[in-house]
Design a protein around this ligand. Sequence first.
Ligand code: SER
Length: 423
Amino acid sequence: MKSEEIRKLFLEFFEKRGHKIIPSSSLIPYDDPSVLLTTAGMQQFKKYFTREKDPNQDFGTQRTASIQKCFRTTDIEEIGDESHLTFFEMLGNFSFGPVGNDDPANFGPDGYFKKSAIYWAYEFIKSLGLEIDYVTVFGGQGEVPFDEESYKIWQELGFPENKILKRGREDNFWGPTGDEGPCGPTTEIYVDNLEIWNLVFNEYYQDKNGKLQKLQYPGVDTGMGFERLMKVLQKTPTIFETDLFENLRNILEKLVKKDDQRRKRIVFDHLRGSVFLVADGLYPSNLDRGYVLRRILRRLTLNLKFLEIELINLEELIKAVIDKYGQFYPELKKFDKIKNMIYEEVISFEKTLVSGLKEFERIIKGNEDDNILGEKIFFLYTSYGLPVEISKELLRQKQINWSEMAEKKFNELFKKHQQISKG
Ligand code: SER
């Protein structure tokens, strides 16, 4: 089954169960200053969990479902391995209290809780022909007790003890996004040893000091990573062989002269991510979220260069993303705008890169001590505009260690430089 069909099946499944289907919100959160970019499906619904907004008034039901565009920056350095992504899609169903009859046979529109959420997740996974390996539940830690209710529901569904693992706060407690908001214990579903679905029971509100208060009504916030789901459904070696990347992959394979999996995955991820960010109105800058875009476009440029792909080919690659996703995300249907903005940034960065790379090759020997290395990377930054994260990437490629000491030296010089620039 193709990704397009799975999106449809998911939304139909929850629509049938009384959920109002809500389009993805923008990657630029309009109403949530706690984060730079949208990182989770629940973000556009935060105020329904806290009762600042009334779901019945806005949706005519207490249940919603969505496929949300998400962008997480925490793992940028990890991109290139088999599983990390910056941009991804998340399939989710949500319930905002008060909880009514929490029976999976009750199709709404009242609020539901653990039983319906778990039964439906189980039923949906089964309906796709997948087998759940095991699940995890919150085992209790600190002031938050063991989630016995979820444990018993999984038992009811036939899961033996050794397939319901208890985990602590690190693994099975989600949220809040940013420094405050709804959060709660989770139960997570694993297929082929991959966590594919996170069911969060938003029972708490965490304030800025990290203190938990009970929410007036508990809610449900589930999120299933779409790329992971497609990987287990299509039984591909990694997420990058699923049909979500098929168009891009076919084009890149034709263009590429070097077989470097890591760089190819960086291109897949960063290209797709930047197309979506630009489509949502973001432009590259040196500030906050604009810098996120700038950073991934720079890494994209660097990796295209190493793969010996001419920048002119970006046009075809951008088109491949729009062709694949434009049907579901109509905001992507502005090829010229997206292409022009990406081109402008990568072409201007390429100039910096060419001279910076030359100088890097000339001065970095690989046997300098940590302080000298910090100084040289600082020099490349101030005199050639070569961003430190790009230098680090180059060092990594040459297997030259960037130590804490080198980082310290760099930061020290950088601070001084900032003070001087400020006058
Ligand atoms: N908020 C949870 C997550 O992002 C579930 O949707 O994983």
